[in-house]
Design a protein. Structure first.
Length: 280
């Protein structure tokens, strides 16, 4: 039997987690000096509400190795194998912690895979792996499937408020001052573990052009896209309007709209959102 393990940066519904028997290992988040376990003693909604209580940017950290060891022992107690699918190594050391933990349980057969993504893009891979496992496919067959998905994955993100990036020290003082004066926004792309900043602009018009680009993409790709994930921080009404536009050009697409995870919220800040899909 093959079991699927992932981390809490993933975007999955409770129904999907239960249906496919997916084990989610939580990351940790620290706000104003106090550490919480993601999804255990702090929800995504709570995190957003409390984020601004900290004078600095909240900190996220990978699951402790001990938590992974405990999870692996539990999952393999009946002789099962484990396939762990984690957020991109370029974003977090979570996969390295999982690999170290696997070495500490020598009798367990555990394979750890870098999804190259996070959020719903990671979720697509987790669900596909679980479906393949239920169909009796081998780990090698599943990994081949995941690699094909990764090559055809789209993750586009809008960050309209660079406050968290500035607070986190990712911009110098001069650059930070210029950003705040000019109302700069940026859009990000993620592809196979690499984060790109293809465009930057000012104000709402920049965001409108970004949304227009996404609508045009989905129109051109048509039935090649079966599912779209929209993950957001705190702009549900705007996301529902965007989803309606996607439905106009692709009526058959399934769309999941959900709050994103603390690891994304911490760096992206208020107003940020991402659109994710893959082609079949």
């Amino acid at each position: 039997m093959l079991k699927i393990m992932t981390d809490s940066s993933v975007q999955l519904t409770e129904e999907e987690i239960k249906k496919y028997d997916i084990t989610v290992v939580p990351l940790s988040v620290t706000i104003d000096g106090k550490t919480y376990v993601d999804g255990v003693d702090i929800t995504r909604r709570d995190f957003i509400e409390r984020m601004d209580e900290d004078s600095d940017v909240p900190k996220t950290s990978q699951p402790p190795i001990g938590r992974f060891v405990e999870t692996i022992k539990k999952l393999t107690a009946d002789g099962s194998e484990v396939l762990g699918i984690f957020l991109a190594k370029s974003l977090s050391g979570t996969i390295d912690a999982a690999k170290q933990a696997a070495q500490m349980v020598p009798d367990a057969k555990v394979v750890c895979h870098d999804s190259g993504y996070t959020d719903r893009s990671e979720g697509y891979e987790v669900i596909a792996a679980a479906q393949d496992a239920q169909a009796g496919k081998s780990i090698d067959e599943i990994l081949d499937h995941l690699k094909k998905m990764e090559d055809n994955m789209y993750l586009e993100m809008m960050i309209p408020d660079l406050t968290n990036i500035v607070k986190g020290g990712r911009l110098g003082k001069l650059a930070s001052r210029v950003v705040s004066m000019l109302n700069i926004r940026i859009s990000l792309q993620m592809k196979n573990g690499k984060v790109l900043v293809p465009k930057k602009g000012r104000g709402k018009k920049f965001t409108e052009k970004f949304n227009d680009m996404l609508v045009e993409q989905l129109k051109e790709l048509g039935d090649q896209v079966k599912q779209v994930g929209i993950s957001y921080v705190d702009t549900l009404d705007d996301m529902e309007k965007l989803a309606a536009r996607f439905k106009e050009v692709n009526p058959n697409v399934d769309i999941l709209i959900q709050k994103t995870s603390p690891i994304i919220i911490t760096h992206a800040g208020h107003g940020a959102y991402a659109v994710m899909f893959y082609t079949e």
